[in-house]
Design a protein around this ligand. Sequence first.
Ligand code: FMN
Length: 334
Amino acid sequence: MSQKKNKKTNNAYKFSVAPMLDCTDKHFRVLMRHITNRALLYTEMIVAQALHHTQRREKLLDFYKIEHPLAIQLGGSNPNLLREAAKIAEDWGYDEINLNIGCPSSKVISGNFGAYLMAKPDQVARCVEAMVSASNLPVTIKTRLGIDNLDSNENLISFIDTVSKAGAEKFTIHARKAWLKGLDPKQNRTIPPLQPERVFDLKKKRPNLIIELNGGINSILDCQAALENCDGVMVGRAAYEYPLRWEKVDELFFGEQTKKIKASYVIKKMIPHTENHLQNGGRVWDIGRHLMHLVKDVPGARIWRNQLGRKAQEKSADLRVLEEAAHQLLDRGL
Ligand SMILES: Cc1cc2nc3c(=O)[nH]c(=O)nc-3n(C[C@H](O)[C@H](O)[C@H](O)COP(=O)(O)O)c2cc1C
């Protein structure tokens, strides 16, 4: 068992935004920071092996100061590579290290990590021990209820016990199992039924562990209901697709005063960020693609999105595209 237990887990665990490949990049995370200061944000999954190569580190790890608190999510199953990655992540300034034991893509399965590792609790324990020994950051796990036929409550509890003894401090459970044989990752996010009650049961059986529910949480009300039965909630798709839905997170879950946040306000806040990104050789679309989700479910939203999408993708796009998009919304009180 790890000698370095009981490190202080980042107490921002009540509400978090899930790691999502191709979605939760640094630009989306900065956008979220103009909506909530307190939510714990996660990077997209970064494969530990990729961090071994120094020349790729900056691109993979770079983030903006405003993004704190920020957890890095690692993928891997080799304790040595994960030890190295954990040390690098701490030096880089992350606040938490999360290991992905939930991703069911074939790439992940052939690399022997992600959800596949639910069948290998001892190996996960060795990975966790390695990461705990390498850094002072909390090491946490994101996993599923089970995989294939390894899907009983007993199996889940035994897995969690083994990994918690190794030093993992928080468990985020996507409340559905994954079928590694037969379903693709997208299907594995919709077809296996959600069973949040099994996560609540885990919390009852292991009251001293920090247990976070993930999967199918669509509203603040959903979060409040879940928080009656577990310690934290993690929101994925509904955070990416409806960022403004979460404007009251700081007030309701962290006791901080918030004010009404308009889409135009967020876009204006993103303009200096975009300017900086352009100066570093980036494109407006890198940021604009996330901003499109700020306006939905109001008359004319689709026209606004189409226009922003078209203009922001032009090679010559500059800050005026965002200024115009913000003005259009402001004129409508949005
Ligand atoms: C586009 C996309 C990419 C994802 N990438 C990751 C990832 O890199 N790591 C991970 O642990 N989960 C990933 N997930 C799963 C989410 O983190 C989350 O567990 C899942 O979407 C269920 O939560 P939700 O119903 O709130 O979306 C991804 C999900 C989506 C939709």
